[in-house]
Design a protein around this ligand. Structure first.
Ligand SMILES: C[S@@+](CC[C@H](N)C(=O)[O-])C[C@H]1O[C@@H](n2cnc3c(N)ncnc32)[C@H](O)[C@@H]1O
Length: 269
């Protein structure tokens, strides 16, 4: 799916049932998420993220944070409790509208809609933390690769990137050298089975693509853009059917690596 098409699908999710489209928890379909409980999940997630980065000896500088694929701001709002400034970027105008409406931090949090395959809307070397969860899995790997390259461009010298990306469906191993083709086209908000995305009129239903990429390939993308994979942690964000990872990345020239070997092995826990 090209980015314009992707934007159309996510914009429809954002207009119909945004919280469920973001976190498909049982019993929450049909705008039944309690917004306070929904945003609480973001608080817990960011607390846990910062604890993990501390444990890795990589506390991010607390200036600016980027939340890529911010949706309605579940994580951006939580990041604002720890960082001076937060930028949330999303492809869907409806998600950005809802994020702005739910913003509790005034000008300290800024939301930007971006349909491009780059982050030209953001300056070089700006962010101490770049976080992206349950986003890159929903686009073709060529786009995920381009955005990861951009993360490294907008990352500050001592900054840290953490993003989630599945590898493959647990039951369907793929070649280690190629990205997995799109698989789960998950249920639509109305609960109908997958529909033809080209159907017209009332039959059209938004859908989510799911893509997996082998970690070796992700590591190549990172290294090609001057990044260092510091750690690869097991992640279940794509659901129980998927084998997934959370990647922690810095610039290869991050100050911490001046004291230790740059050949730090990646770890899985
Ligand atoms: C499952 S939601 C996750 C939202 C948020 N990360 C969270 O965890 O609360 C995925 C989000 O990614 C956004 N998205 C998908 N493709 C994108 C792209 N190419 N650029 C920016 N945002 C994108 C969607 O619009 C949607 O808001």
């Amino acid at each position: 799916m090209e980015l314009a098409e992707l934007a159309r699908h996510w914009d429809a999710f954002g207009r119909s049932d945004p919280l469920w489209a973001i976190l498909t928890a049982p019993g929450t379909r049909g705008n039944r998420w309690d917004p306070a409980a929904f945003f609480q999940t973001g608080q817990r997630e960011i607390t846990e993220l910062l604890r993990t980065l501390d444990e890795l000896g990589l506390p991010p500088p607390r200036g600016a944070a980027l939340d890529f694929g911010c949706g309605v701001g579940r994580l951006s709002q939580a990041l604002a409790g720890h960082f001076e400034r937060v930028v949330g970027v999303d492809i869907a105008a409806s998600m950005i509208d809802r994020a702005r409406a739910a913003n509790r931090y005034g000008t300290r949090v800024r939301y930007v809609q971006n349909e491009r395959d780059d982050l030209a809307c953001l300056p070089d070397s700006e962010f101490g933390l770049i976080y992206s969860n349950i986003v890159l899995q929903h686009m073709e790997p060529r786009f995920a690769r381009a955005y990861i390259g951009e993360f490294l461009r907008v990352l500050s010298p001592a900054g840290v990137i953490c993003f989630q990306l599945p590898e493959r469906r647990a039951a369907s191993p793929v070649s280690a050298s190629r990205s997995a083709p799109p698989t789960a086209k998950t249920a639509t908000p109305s609960g109908h089975a997958e529909r033809d995305e080209n159907a017209i009129g009332d039959d059209w239903q938004p859908r989510m693509e799911m893509w997996g990429t082998p970690p070796q390939e992700v590591q190549r993308w990172i290294h090609a853009r001057g990044g260092l994979l510091v750690s690869r942690l097991q992640d279940s964000g794509a659901g129980p059917d998927w084998i997934g990872h959370r990647y922690v990345v810095t610039h290869a020239a991050h100050p911490r690596h001046a004291q230790i070997s740059t050949a730090t092995p990646s770890t899985t826990r």
